[in-house]
Write a protein that binds this ligand. Sequence first.
Ligand code: 3HC
Ligand code: NAI
Length: 708
Amino acid sequence: MSELVQLSKVGDVAVITINNPPVNALSPGVPEGIESAIAAIEKDPSVKAAVLIGGGRTFIAGADINMFVQITSGKGGRIHLLPTLLKIENCSKPVVVAIHGNALGGGLEVAQACHYRVATPDAKVGQPEVNLGIIPGAGGTQRLPRLAGVAKAVEMCTNGKNIKAAEAVEAGIVDRLIEGDLLAGTVAFAREMAGRPTPKTRERNAKLGTPEANAPIFAAARDTVRKKQRGLPAPMAAIDAIEAATKLPFEKGCEEEARLFDKCLYSDESKALIHVFFAEREVAKIPDVPKDTPVIPVNSVAIVGAGTMGGGIAMVCVNAGIPVLLKDTDQAALDRGLANIQKNYATSVKRGRFTQEYMDERMKMIKPTLSYGDFGGADLVIEAVFEGMALKKEVFAELDRVCKRGAILASNTSTLNIDEIAATTSRPEFVIGTHFFSPANVMRLLELVRGNKSSKEVIATCMQLAKKIGKVAVLVGNCRGFVGNRMFLPYIREAQFLVEEGASPEAVDAALTEWGMAMGPLAVGDLGGLDVSWRIRKEFRHLEKPGARQPYVEDKLCEMGRFGQKTGSGWYKYDAERRATPNPEVAELVKKWNAESGIPQRQISAQEIVEREVYCLVNEGARILEEGYALRAGDIDTIYLNGYGFPGFRGGPMWYADTVGLKKVYDRVCEFHKLHGMLWEPAPLLKKLAETGGKFAEFERGAAQATD
Ligand code: 3HC
Ligand code: NAI
């Protein structure tokens, strides 16, 4: 037997336990271990039935994703699952799989090959392969429709979402739920099945439907994929593979699945999505803050400022079961804040995301206040008042006075120097930036801004808390704009230059959304309010390089009170339903600026738009990386994927640049530098890596702790 798989016995029932922590991935050794266990069970006349179960916190979370990286980078390795599953299915004694935690991807495929499936009520099952740019590769596209029907299989294999155990029972994937002790319950079930037939999923054809019934299912699914998962080959391939299941014998269907699986695995999209998977987990690893760093228990949170961000953060905390004290300066502001929270919850209730009962419970967990009176009990305080250094300093001085020693004092500032804020307290080691993104209850990203003195315990606590509240936290250094907004500034500025050179706002936005961005930069500006970046531009203008090109049109729009959606016009005009149409004022302003500045108007291709937009993100990202404000290129990617609508299948700006080739990116940046001036000066790291054939992904500098 392999070290990763153990075989034991409970009377006449054999128990195969997979022990490959943390998630029992099907790494080399696991399939082989299962095979030898099955062989031993066949040989042992005292065994009447078998249970297959996962040790630790979960059943099997799927194939070992590291293997895919090895395979596609030519470092060897292979996925050996189909033959193992046939051996389970061919076993002459009933094999019952016991699912707790998750049965995902290859894990669910293992379960499908067993003769019976039971699960704990809180277990989840799914085929999430599309999230990695691949399709099920161990017969999932062939066995799942046989268990759950074609429509359910198509749904699960294309959207990649997990379903709960009860839904899995309803769909025919799981036979029974086991309350109480899973192993004992499954052993009892297996004993019931002993001596009965061993139904082979691959021979169950009743749910495969007819060509007439299936045609509209496949057509509708392809249509949805075309609309919602534009540019992604895997969901289409999953549908093709399931269609093959309905038309071909099982073995031939598996061959077709294998062919499609391989095609997806070697695609750029899959490589990018696998990078995204690991990068999102890598961000939690901070070299000088080890895993065993003690954390501060956070059982209560106080928030200062009940505005847009304070309200959203309050929702995030109470949704995770943490009670919140919410403070503002006057009753009207507090009422407004609470009403907004109420409105947000009510929308979710209307959409069926939450029940009314859930909403009422959460609202009760938010205690409004106008004083700092109760702040002494808070374990964590998050300040979200107006953006202004003087005000922030005043608030932190007060927090220092009223909060208990050991409480974490966090600021949600999006631009201000966290060390300067921390210096107003007697405990800068307890101060940190928690930069949530708007709307805070929706956006997954949280930039944790490390101050000069932020303690390791405070960092470890915030990283852990982020996971609890459903955020992806990325530790960043304390520079202007931190990581995300520091890169975003040149990105939105370049979009404005493109318009001033002759591209229409619609053309700029369309080029980027076609490329995969969730929204175009100008539409984003209109959504958030053009006045926000106008204010920042004015405040930091003195820090601009003298003689650097400045955008014109957006400032003029702001001077005219055109702040975007909230004023009904900005880069676009908006009707009552917030539908956008071209704003003729923009064309007039461009014409006027053109006459004044002499900037030549020309046709600009979608390719140039994308290159200028994405490469200016990359160029600034390279500076951030070299200066140590981000720990790894993957951290920057994680920020852009979770906070800025960057498409997952491109892997993030830094990964994308690596795939284009840094020499090619650098050459283009040099051309732009020549044509458009000093704002395009190539980042030294980009130049260095381009010249040495390096990659951002291989560059590691520091600890995200440098400061301006
Ligand atoms: N392969 C390799 N490593 C995996 C893994 C997998 N399938 N799933 C998780 N891990 C690793 C993570 O990288 C992480 O490692 P780290 O501690 O070194 O960072 C560790 O396991 C714990 O993972 P999480 O931090 O994500 O733990 P959570 O408890 O938050 O989540 C989970 C657990 C829901 C199982 C989540 O890890 C997950 O969604 N995993 C991936 C599931 C998946 O995509 N499965 C399909 C794989 S492809 C496949 O099976 C193809 C088949 O059809 C042939
Ligand atoms: P907002 O204007 O919506 O809310 C600020 C709230 O703070 C108001 O309700 C105000 O009455 C209250 N307030 C002011 N002084 C106070 C005091 N002394 N004590 C208690 N409450 C006080 O502002 P918003 O947008 O929520 O921003 C808050 C912070 O979050 C700012 O630092 C901002 O830069 C940052 N941020 C904002 C984002 C956004 O998109 N709105 C995104 C990320 C960060």
